[in-house]
Structure formats: C-alpha cells, structure tokens
Design a protein around this ligand. Structure first.
Ligand code: CUA
Length: 350
C-alpha cells in the first residue's frame, strides 16, 4: 500500500510538470481563425491526457524496475496476486467513461467548427496538379447600371478578417487536401464534380499571410503545392475584389504572366530554362523542337496555340503525353490564352 501511495504521488507530480510543459511550450502555430480557438481548447484537454498517461505508464515501470529489482541472492518468482474484481471493474468503467466523455466533447467541437453563419461569403477553391486557384463571384455594375455577376480568379486566397468564409473545394484531377495549419482546419478535395464538392468554414481573426498546403500525396510536385492565404480588413478585401473584377489592364504579356500564375502553367513550365514536368518556356519561341516521334517542328505562335488547346498533338522528346490537362479551352477565355502565348513569346533567351 505504501508503494501505491508513493507511485500515485509521483504520477501526480509528473503529470503536472509534463502538462504544464506541453500547454505552455509553443507547439502549435499561430491561432488565426475563430475555429482554431475551439480546436485548441480540445487540444488543451488532450495535452493533459497525454501528460497523465505517459506519467502513469513510465512512473509505474521505472518504480517497479528500480524498487522491485532482483537483489543479490534472490531466487524464484516475486509476490503476485491473482484476480481482483474491484480493480477489473474500475479499469473497465473509468476508461469507458473517459472515452464517452471525449466523444461528446469531440462531437460538440466539430459542431462548433462547422457552425454556419448566414452572412458567410463563398469562395470556390480549385485544386489541380499542382496548383491552387481561388474563384470569387463579384457583383459589378454594368454599363447601363444593371447588376451583373462576374467571376474573379486568383492564385492567392484573399480573405476578409472577422468574416466567415465557406470554401467550396473542387479537384480537377486527383485527391488533394486543403490545409492551413494556422486555421486548424483541413479537408480532402475530391474530383468528380458537384456531387463531390466538400465545404470548409473558416472565420479568420488574424491579419497576415499564411500558407495553404496540400496534405494529400498527389504526385510529383505535391511537396510544392502551396498558395498564399492573405487575411486583410473587410474594406481592403472589397477594394481588392473590385480591382480584380475590373480585369487585367496591363500589356498582353503581363496579363499572360498573371494567368500563367493563376492557372498554374508555371508549376510545370519553368520560365528560367529549368526542366520541369513540362518543357521550359524560356527561349521556346522560334526554336526547333524535337518531338518523341523523331520529327522536329519550329515553335511558332500556332505551335504554342495547338499545344495549349490540344496538348497531346505534339509531345516533346523526353516528356510524357497525357500529363497536361486538356480542358484549358474551357478553363480560360480565348483572350487569356492569347495573352499567355504573348507572355511565352516574350520569354526570349539571351
Ligand atoms: Cu495536391 Cu498533394
């Protein structure tokens, strides 16, 4: 009995020390959303459970190993007991109660994180190998004063502070996973159309820039599938949307560069000469391109256009067919494609 008392005191001391360490050490990243508060509260409880169980197991083991070790001249088995109903009932009932209680707080936390705000704004998130694209619907005033809805695409997820956002997650190819550690929410992004669209609710509460990371192995450049998340004030957000909705009023090549970024072209086609998943764009225009069938073709404007619209028409030697999406004529407007080509044509090698 004296041993049990000593061990119990040691377990309590160890739990308190370890628990204080875990809850005060800066283990989690910044808490940047309202949902993160709820999740972190749950985490806080788990830290104490972890501290208790680690202590319970290690203190008992260490105490037994040291105090009950075999001493010189000792032979045979030590003292032991067989069967103790009270103990068995206790160690069945207590864990069941704990697990049930954790299920209840887990469910209520989930309900809290998924609570809908009727004022929430919606952003469509498109994941594809290996790029994130964010689409907003904006109401703008037309030339004769009528209200029209227009879509704005961005490679950065702009979000207004203190406003709930419903992210509708679409995948254009394989399964990806949307994860912003600072928001503490994560959701798989599934291909297969409207039926498989999943939603995630976030209410940012911290201004700044974070990263969306893809948290599902999705191919060669999975590790690099990131995008910026920028949380700004509501007024700044609205100004940004209006500016984006006005379209691109830069030169064709500059607009093309923007689309190449937004639609992820440059995830596979480098603009600095590096070999990527697809051929580099640097110095491509006017060059002689060797194809897999051994023939060569001059990369003129028409070649570029064909390669965007029908990527499998010419496969450059040492590259694979079927990698590049074949629906860019649906994803992009004609003007956007021509501007991207203008951008490629501006990338002459020195
Ligand atoms: Cu997308 Cu990993």
């Amino acid at each position: 009995m004296i041993h049990l008392a000593i061990v119990s005191v040691l377990v309590i001391i160890s739990t308190v020390l370890l628990g204080l360490f875990l809850t005060t050490a800066d283990i989690l990243p910044a808490q940047a959303s309202v949902q993160a508060e709820t999740v972190d509260w749950l985490f806080g409880i788990h830290w104490w459970f972890i501290a208790f169980f680690v202590s319970l197991i290690t203190v008992f083991i260490l105490y037994s190993v040291i105090v009950f070790r075999r001493r010189k001249g000792e032979r045979g088995d030590g003292k032991y007991m067989t069967g103790n109903h009270n103990l068995e009932i206790l160690w069945t009932v207590v864990p069941i109660a704990i697990v049930l209680w954790m299920a209840v707080i887990g469910a209520s936390t989930l309900a809290d994180v998924e609570r809908r705000d009727p004022q929430a704004i919606t952003v469509d998130v498109f994941a594809s190998q290996w790029v994130w694209r964010f689409e907003y619907t904006v109401q703008v005033t037309g030339e004769s004063g009528e209200q029209i809805l227009t879509a704005v695409s961005s490679d950065t997820l702009f979000l207004p502070n203190n406003q709930q956002v419903v992210l509708r997650l679409h995948s254009e190819d394989v399964i990806h996973s949307f994860f912003v550690p600072e928001f503490r929410v994560k959701q798989d992004v599934l291909p297969g159309g409207e039926e498989f669209v999943r939603e995630l609710r976030v209410t940012p509460k911290l201004l700044g820039t974070f990263k969306v990371r893809c948290a599902e192995i999705c191919g060669r450049l999975h590790y690099d599938m990131q995008a910026d998340v920028t949380v700004v004030n509501g007024s700044e957000f609205n100004a940004w949307l209006v500016e984006q909705a006005a379209g691109c009023n830069l030169t064709d090549a500059e607009c093309g560069q923007r689309w190449a970024q937004t639609y992820g072209c440059i995830a596979c086609h480098s603009i600095n000469g590096d070999e990527g998943v697809g051929p580099t764009w640097l110095g491509l225009i006017g060059s002689e391109v060797l194809l897999t069938d051994g023939s060569t073709v001059i990369a003129d404007e028409e070649y570029l256009l064909t390669s965007v619209l029908d990527p499998n028409a010419h496969i450059v030697a040492s590259f694979q067919p079927g990698i590049m999406p074949q629906d860019f004529d649906e994803r992009l407007s004609e003007l956007q494609i021509l501007q991207i080509i203008a951008f490629i044509m501006s990338l002459e090698s020195e």
